[in-house]
Design a protein around this ligand. Structure first.
Ligand SMILES: [Zn+2]
Length: 265
């Protein structure tokens, strides 16, 4: 991670920490909570492997399948106004995100990667960074490969990436934010907090990253009034440190079961 990224992280903290203090959902939750430093390691180091993985998949896709896409499609797509391209990208990317995310929940081997993210027990903007790089690189690829294949312009993709990142941090933030009826269209913190809930009724619900209506279309939406979950996390024996968490999905099941059942992640 270079100096610029550290600066971006500091600016992000300067925006989100005051928001969480002013509009906190759980006012008793400390900023320096359990697993804070572990999540800080993710925020600092995880970007490089995720970006490299994403570049590898996108390069492979555009240099193979991409050759089959007629040139005029790319010209037509990239000649639209940037704001319109961004809206189209959000829809296309979130359908890809939804399908990849749901697959990571449904396939036991993939779930071991995604379980790292679900091991979060105290949600906040920093915890949003706790994602296994394999999980994140593949999910981002599912979102962005169709976008690159269709030929959206670089400024539109860059603007989308910024909005997606900011939205993702807000979804995990420890905030009470009422967006009214918009919550049936756009993913809200309440919507995503339920995705992390340690409650059976909320399991395998709310997979969308930005557009909650995709879950409504697929019948996987769970938004019980204004209620918020009692607690977050999973029963999987997730270890507590960054390196152990990176290794966890690759360790044969019998061995990982020897890990402590109570994680501080
Ligand atoms: Zn999930």
């Amino acid at each position: 991670m270079d100096v610029l990224d550290i600066k971006a992280l500091l600016i992000t903290a300067l925006i989100f920490v005051p928001i969480e203090c002013l509009f906190g959902l759980r006012s008793g939750q400390k900023i320096l909570r359990k697993a804070f430093f572990n999540d800080l390691i993710y925020a600092v180091f995880n970007g490089v492997p995720i970006t490299l993985g994403l570049i590898a998949v996108v390069t492979l896709a555009t240099s193979t399948v991409g050759r089959l896409v007629p040139v005029y499609i790319g010209r037509a797509v990239s000649s639209q106004p940037v704001w319109l391209q961004v809206i189209e990208i959000i829809v296309i990317a979130d359908i890809g995100f939804y399908l990849a995310h749901r697959t990571f929940h449904a396939v036991p081997f993939l779930w071991r990667f995604h379980a790292i993210h679900h091991s979060i027990e105290e949600l906040d903007w920093l915890a949003a960074h706790r994602v296994h790089p394999v999980d994140q690189a593949l999910t981002k690829s599912a979102s962005l490969v169709p976008v690159y294949l269709l030929g959206f312009s670089s400024p539109a993709i860059a603007l989308f990436a910024f909005i997606f990142h900011a939205h993702g941090l807000l979804l995990h933030a420890n905030v009470r934010l009422n967006i009214g009826p918009l919550r049936w269209l756009i993913a809200s913190p309440q919507f995503h907090h339920w995705h992390h809930a340690h409650e059976r009724a909320a399991h395998d619900k709310n997979f969308a990253g930005q557009l909650s209506f995709i879950d409504a279309l697929f019948g996987t939406m769970y938004l019980p009034g204004k209620a918020v979950p009692e607690r977050y996390g999973v029963d999987d024996p997730i270890p507590s440190t960054y390196v152990e968490q990176l290794a966890y999905p690759l360790i044969p099941k019998g061995k990982s079961n020897e890990a402590p059942a109570t994680s501080d992640a």
